[in-house]
Design a protein around this ligand. Structure first.
Ligand code: MLT
Length: 261
C-alpha cells in the first residue's frame, strides 16, 4: 500500500488504474480489503483511490473523530495530497453516511455519488443506546465481541459458508481496527444528522446499490431513499447481503461501470 503522512495520521491507501478517479470508502469497522473484488476489474476503466480511513486497517489516527464530517474532511486532505480535484464517490454503509457529508460540504469535489448498502435516516433511540454501550465495551474489552456479533449480519445467510475465506478476511480486517477509533466512530454515527432531508436536493448523478438479503440496510429503505433523489438509479443485487461488492462482485462491478460510463 502507499502511504501519506497527513495532519490526522498516516494514511495507507491504494491508487491504481487510469481514468476518472473513483474513491472507494469502506464500511464500519472494515478497511480497503472489502473492495478486493473491485480492484482488478475496475482499475481497467478508472483510477481507483482506496484508503483505509484513519484508525482503520493499516492507517493510524492522531486526531479525534468529532462527527462523520471529520471523515469527509480527512478524505479531502488525502485528495488534496494526491492533487485530485473531483471524484466519483462510492461509499458502503458508514462510507455512504460519509458520502452524504461529502456531498453537503464539498459539492465542488464530487462528480457522481454511489451509495451502497446505506441509509439516509439517523439512528433511533434504541440504536443510539446500543452504540454507546458497544463503544464502552470496545474501549474496555477490545473489538472481538463486536466483530463476532456483526459478522453473521454482514453477509447474506447463504453466503456465510459459500464465501468462507471472504468471511475470514472481513473478520481479520475488523480486528485490525484501532479500538478507540471504533468507539469514536460508533459515537459519531449515533449523532449523525438526518440526511433524508438532503436527498431531494442532491443534484449529482446518483446510484444506489442494494443487497436483496441485506439485514442491516434493508432493500425497502434503499428504495425509499432512491425515490427521493432526482434521477437516481437503484440497482438491486441478488445473492448479496450488506457487503454487496464482496458478495456479488460481477453484478456490482457491472452496475458501477454502467453508471459511470
Ligand atoms: C457499516 O457497515 O458501515 C455499519 O453497519 C454502519 C452502521 O453501523 O450503521
Amino acid at each position: 500500500m502507499l502511504e501519506a503522512k497527513l495532519s490526522y495520521g498516516i494514511i495507507r491507501y491504494l491508487d491504481s488504474g487510469r481514468g476518472q478517479p473513483l474513491l472507494l470508502v469502506h464500511g464500519f469497522p472494515l478497511d480497503h480489503s472489502m473492495w478486493h473484488n473491485q480492484l482488478e476489474p475496475l482499475s481497467k476503466s478508472f483510477r481507483l483511490i482506496v484508503p483505509d480511513l484513519a484508525g482503520f486497517g493499516q492507517s493510524t489516527r492522531t486526531q479525534p473523530i468529532v462527527s462523520l464530517k471529520t471523515f469527509a474532511d480527512e478524505l479531502i486532505e488525502l485528495l488534496d495530497y494526491l492533487q485530485v480535484k473531483q471524484v466519483n464517490f462510492c461509499g458502503l454503509s458508514m462510507g455512504g453516511y460519509i458520502g452524504w457529508q461529502f456531498w453537503k460540504y464539498y459539492p465542488e469535489r464530487l462528480n457522481r455519488l454511489i451509495a451502497c448498502n446505506t441509509r439516509a435516516a439517523p439512528d433511533d433511540e434504541t440504536v443510539v443506546r446500543t452504540r454507546r454501550i458497544s463503544a464502552e465495551g470496545v474501549r474496555s474489552d477490545g473489538i472481538s465481541k463486536l466483530a463476532e456479533g456483526m459478522l453473521g449480519r454482514l453477509f447474506a445467510a447463504g453466503n456465510l459458508e459459500r464465501l468462507n475465506s471472504e468471511v475470514q478476511g472481513i473478520r481479520e480486517s475488523m480486528l485490525r481496527a484501532n479500538p478507540e477509533t471504533v468507539a469514536q466512530s460508533l459515537e459519531a454515527m449515533a449523532i449523525r444528522e438526518d440526511a433524508t432531508k438532503w436527498l431531494s436536493q442532491i443534484d449529482k448523478p446518483t446510484l444506489f446499490v442494494a443487497g436483496a438479503d441485506d439485514v442491516i440496510t434493508p432493500l425497502t429503505e434503499l428504495r425509499e431513499n432512491a425515490a427521493l433523489v432526482p434521477g437516481a438509479v437503484l440497482v438491486e443485487l441478488s445473492q448479496a447481503g450488506h457487503l454487496s461488492p464482496l458478495e456479488n462482485p460481477l453484478a456490482f462491478n457491472r452496475a458501477i461501470e454502467t453508471f459511470l460510463a
